[in-house]
Design a protein around this ligand. Sequence first.
Ligand code: TYD
Length: 227
Amino acid sequence: MNERAQRQGGSGRFITLEGPDGAGKSIHAERLAAALRARGLTVTLVREPGGTALGEAVRRILLDRGLVHAPAADALLFNAARAQLVAEVVRPALARGEVVVCDRYADSTLAYQGHGSGMDLEALRVVAAVSTGGLVPDRTILLDLPVEVGLERRRRGPAAEQTRFEDDARHDRAFHDRVRAGFLALAEAEPARWRVVDAAAAEERVAADVLVAVGDLLPTSVAEVGV
Ligand code: TYD
């Protein structure tokens, strides 16, 4: 029996949000968690990289502008943070029957270090299988939007949101185009797991679409209520 099948039947649900920079994942992860809590569900909300003491320490290394990062080093650091998050937070929450909402997960490494930086996708999948023990989300929502819209939102947003990733010269427009196309290709390859939401729409619209995108995972009594 595979991992997903083992967790069926009243046990937890694992939902991840993915997307290019500036897509609004953090806002919509929070809004989704709040909407599900308002329906009486117990929700654990986490973000990558981070969510554990080790993960936050790794996050500081990843975001340190003073360090040079090879793409493979980034891939392994993101996966180190991920391994700790899965072991320490995600699996225990799923075992308690909770909904886990995760702001980025293994697909980000495939999109950024794979499609974006050109690392071998199959090798990255092996690394992800090691770090997650094969834990695959029940649903992954791609908040998709044109690259220029996302980058412009970032430029106008708080300076605190500008990270090493924004000012890395290798992360040029073509890189972001590859990341977006990469996410869309991942979604197309696994339509049962992924839902693509238009993240260029108004915030309320996106929040409603995100909730619809997880509706079939929730108990029917809960799924029928609006945003
Ligand atoms: P994050 O703090 O989640 O920023 P955002 O608000 O854009 O979601 O992530 C910081 C950067 O890390 C972001 O540009 C995406 C990148 N990233 C990777 O390159 N690989 C990964 O595996 C993950 C999880 C993130």
